[in-house]
Ligand binder design. Sequence first.
Ligand code: GLP
Length: 241
Amino acid sequence: MRIVVLKNAQAVAEFAANHIIALLNKKSHSVLGLATGSTPIRLYKQLIQANEQKKVSYKNVTTFNLDEYLGLSGTHLQSYRHFMNHYFFDHIDINKEDTFLPKGITSDPMLACAEYEKKIKEKGGIDIQLLGVGSNGHIGFNEPSSSLASRTRIKALSEDTIAANKRFFAVDEFQPSLSITMGIGTILESREIILLATGSNKAEAIRNTIEGPVAASCPASILQMHQHVMIVIDEEAAQNL
Ligand code: GLP
C-alpha cells in the first residue's frame, strides 16, 4: 500500500487527477472504474479542466461505476447515472455509450449483475479503480460483513449508509435501501486501485483500512491484500494514523 497524505481536499483531487491523466496518456485505450459520493467531485473537476485544456482525451476511455441504487432510473436526480453525467460525463469528450453503471431499473436484477461482470471482462478488465470510503469502511456499497470474495450483486444498505446519504434526498422523497454494487472480489481484480478520503469523519475508517486487521467489519481493509493500491488522503482523514 502506498499512503499519500496531503494538506487538504484540493491537493488530494489534484494529485489523483495527475495520476489518472498520466495513466490515460500512456495507453491507447483505458478502462476506468469510477465512484460517486462527494469525495471525488473535486477530482472530476480537475479531470474536466484537463480535457478542456487538451491535456487529456477520454475518447478512447471506457468507464464502469461501482454501484447504483436499485429502483432509481438513470434520469432520477439521485441516481448515480445522473450524478456521473452531471459531475463528469456531460463535460468531457467521452462517448456516453462507453460509460457503464449497474442498471437501477431492471426486471431481472440478478441477470443485470451477471451481465455487468461480463461486460467488465469483455472490455479487458479495469485498469484503475477509483474508490471513496464510507465512514463505516464500506467500498462501493459493500457494507461491513460483505463477503471479501463477493461479485456484483444486490446489497441492502446499512442504517448508517442510509442515514449518511439522506442529505441528498428531499424530506418526502423515496430513498432506496437496496443497491447493485460491484463486489469486493470484482474490485480486487482491478489492476490498480486508488482510494480517496478527506475530512475527519473518515479518520476512523482510514485507520481501520490501513492499520486494522483485514476483516469484513471494515471492507476497505481488504485493500491491504492488493499489490497496487494507493490511499490518497488529507491531513484530517490521516489524523488517527
Ligand atoms: C456512497 C457510495 C460510496 C462512497 C461513499 C462515501 O455510499 N456508494 O462509493 O465512497 O458513499 O461518500 P462520500 O464521498 O460522500 O463521503
